[in-house]
Design a protein around this ligand. Structure first.
Ligand SMILES: Cc1cc2nc3c(=O)[nH]c(=O)nc-3n(C[C@H](O)[C@H](O)[C@H](O)COP(=O)(O)O)c2cc1C
Length: 357
């Protein structure tokens, strides 16, 4: 059974997670904005914040994109309670160095740090930097070896691995385990190798926002898989874009308007959308699923169905929680105002419904 719902927000490192032309939210990926957003999230009672990782901004190369790991270290120093999750594409950094950085932020945050392993879908970041992007299957073979090294080192284990990609010889990191066994490991991905890797190494699998029937199948598949005895049963998170308003009709109106803004963005960007499709690894299963489910917001966004009155959204969250989703990775537009409305109106309703279970 999943625990009570945990509420998390994306850190706004892209500048926006929905429309580029929302009249109440300018595209702003400055540290000043993200810093205030994370501090506000903690004050409002959110459990966690996720800092996505891209080097160039996939929404437009000339848009600002904050670096995930420097932002994570700074956020860790500024906060007291909130969990800080930083995403990482394995190919951009050697696992011994990444594990060292993770343990560093674990120290700064006093045991509140987590990594989100993402095996990449956007080609320009890896190809045009010269880092290179392996084909999907090989990318996961690499990611599997990489995460094995990272996980062992984060646990303070003396690590040796002679594999296809790495040659680590009796390597060990200190300090480690000062706060707990190791930083938490999240993973995003829906493909077969992503599921296999999550079953082997991850504590939490992040799903995209998606219809219930798909999520039920995916969760059941993961729960059937063999897991190392040392790991607790896998837990699940889901990305969702929230539109919560006084009534269902008001929320539907806002959604309709967001679709209009989306269409205007696309019209303004000309063939940018086609270019974006060309720039994506079409073998990424998560990407294929996203393309087939029209939505507003990051990673499936409104496909998670959290659009409606405060009561409706709270009821849907409780329903998702019963289906196995514990961590809700939320986005809003305008972001900070959406966080405040959620904390004031939706969160208490969820907690109330949970007491009745
Ligand atoms: C909540 C969530 C956050 C994600 N964050 C990132 C990210 O920061 N950077 C990235 O390249 N991919 C991110 N992804 C996407 C995937 O983890 C991954 O890059 C890829 O699409 C895996 O595809 P697969 O289904 O083929 O395994 C995220 C996915 C989810 C569900």
């Amino acid at each position: 059974m999943p625990g009570v719902s945990r509420f998390c927000v994306w850190a706004n490192v892209h500048g926006t997670f929905a429309s580029l032309s929302h009249p109440e939210e300018k595209v702003d990926a400055s540290w000043q904005r993200v810093r205030e957003q994370i501090v506000l999230a903690e004050k409002l009672g959110f459990d966690s914040t996720l800092i996505a990782q891209h080097t160039m901004n996939p929404l437009g190369e000339d848009l600002d994109q904050l670096d995930a790991w420097t932002a994570a270290a700074a956020a860790a120093a500024l906060t007291e309670k909130i969990e800080i999750i930083a995403a990482i594409k394995p190919s951009i950094i050697h696992p011994t160095v990444l594990a060292k950085q993770a343990l560093g932020i674990e120290e700064i945050s006093r045991g509140r740090f987590a990594i989100n392993v993402v095996n990449a879908w956007w080609k320009p970041d890896l190809e045009r930097s010269g880092i290179g992007m392996l084909p999907h299957e090989q990318r996961y073979a690499y990611g599997t070896e990489w995460l094995k090294v990272v996980s062992q080192l984060m646990q303070g284990e003396r690590t040796s691995l002679r594999g296809d990609f790495f040659n680590v010889d009796d390597f060990v990191l200190r300090p480690a385990r000062s706060w707990r066994n190791r930083p938490r490991i999240y993973m995003g991905g829906e493909s077969e190798p992503a599921r296999a890797l999550a079953a082997q190494e991850a504590d939490v699998l992040f799903l995209n926002g998606q219809p219930e029937e798909n999520a039920i199948t995916l969760i059941a598949d993961l729960r059937r898989r063999v897991r190392p005895v040392a790991l607790a049963p896998i837990r699940f998170g889901m990305a969702a874009f929230v539109i919560a308003a006084a009534s269902d009709a008001d929320a539907e109106d806002i959604l309709h308007w967001q679709w209009q803004l989306d269409a205007e963005d696309k019209a303004r960007a000309g063939n940018m959308i086609d270019r974006f499709l060309e720039q994506t690894d079409q073998h990424s299963v998560m990407w294929q699923n996203l393309r087939d489910r029209p939505h507003i917001g990051p990673n499936g966004g409104t496909a998670a169905g959290l659009v409606g009155s405060y009561d409706t959204v709270a009821e849907r969250i409780v329903r998702w929680n019963q289906l196995g989703i514990e961590t809700f990775m939320l986005a809003f537009q305008p972001f900070e105002k959406g966080m405040e409305i959620f904390a004031q109106e939706v969160l208490p309703r969820v907690r109330h419904l949970e007491t009745k279970r």
